[in-house]
Design a protein around this ligand. Structure first.
Ligand code: NDP
Length: 234
């Protein structure tokens, strides 16, 4: 059954791979972007997730074009790495505002229609770093760990209405976000990963589409790693 799917930050990287995987299986897919081009088979809506009014307008545009959002993928995210001693409060709150409060804004906006439909899937793209920690990533790790509390609380609030909320925790994926890391750091990371390599964005997308499907209807409040074994024992 085709569903209406919204992927935040679906114009590039992991979000784009997720959006394209849903489109490939015949779903109606919208992506948020902040001005860049969006592939023709996806419906693009401009939205900065740090602005509630833009989130509301983006949802209204998707509802008018494709119908109520049934599957929400909160994917948009940023890093701003530096050691705690040097991290400004602004660097901390800006990352939290995008990665955690941004996810809250879109989940809250999606909720009314999902409750009315008595069906919904929310998938939060976290990171292995959320539970593993990362040097220079106090802001990012806090934001990504926070998503676990969000998904688990939604599960307790809305689990009886056929609404699931899960967290996908990717390890290191080949995208713009990781390409900024030095060669040296990338080699270090590969050494620590049991799989010995980074993943492609498609390897994350496959897990997200599966979680949104009917066969995964009894999975909620889970943290699903896609990390080549890096975070084992979380
Ligand atoms: P990219 O940097 O390639 O893309 C980030 C996406 O988020 C872009 O679409 C960007 O939009 C969007 N975005 C950022 N800030 C905002 C905002 N304020 N409002 C709306 N959209 C915004 O990242 P990845 O594809 O690598 O990462 C996607 C998600 O996966 C992130 O949440 C990231 O934390 C997580 N992740 C990534 C890993 C990796 O190794 N790459 C590992 C683990 C998790 P725009 O194009 O307009 O900038």
């Amino acid at each position: 059954m085709a569903r209406t799917v919204l992927v935040t930050g679906g114009n590039r990287g992991i979000g784009l791979a997720i959006a394209q995987a849903f489109a490939k299986q015949g779903d109606r897919v919208a992506v948020t972007h902040r001005g860049s081009e969006v592939p023709a088979d996806l419906f693009g809506v401009r939205c900065d997730i740090t602005d509630s009014a833009q989130v509301d307008e983006a949802f209204s545009a998707v509802e008018a074009e494709l119908g109520p959002v049934e599957v929400l993928v909160a994917n948009a995210g940023i890093t701003d790495d530096t050691l705690l001693m040097r991290m400004s409060e602004e660097q901390f709150t800006r990352v939290l505002d995008t990665n955690l409060t941004g996810a809250f804004r879109v989940a809250k906006r999606a909720t009314g229609k999902m409750l009315r439909a008595r069906w919904g899937r929310m998938i939060f793209i976290s990171s292995v770093v959320g539970l593993y920690g990362g040097p220079g990533q106090v802001n990012y790790a806090a934001s990504k760990a926070g998503l676990v509390g969000v998904a688990r609380s939604i599960t307790r609030e809305m689990g009886s209405r056929n609404i699931t909320a899960n967290v996908v925790a990717p390890g290191f994926i080949e995208t713009d976000m990781t390409s900024v890391l030095s060669e040296e750091r990338q080699a270090e990371i590969r050494k620590a990963i049991p799989a010995g390599r980074m993943a492609t964005a498609d390897e994350v997308a496959g897990v997200v589409t599966w979680l949104a499907g009917d066969t995964a209807g009894y999975i909620s409040g889970a943290v699903i790693p896609v990390d080549g074994g890096l975070g084992m024992g979380h």
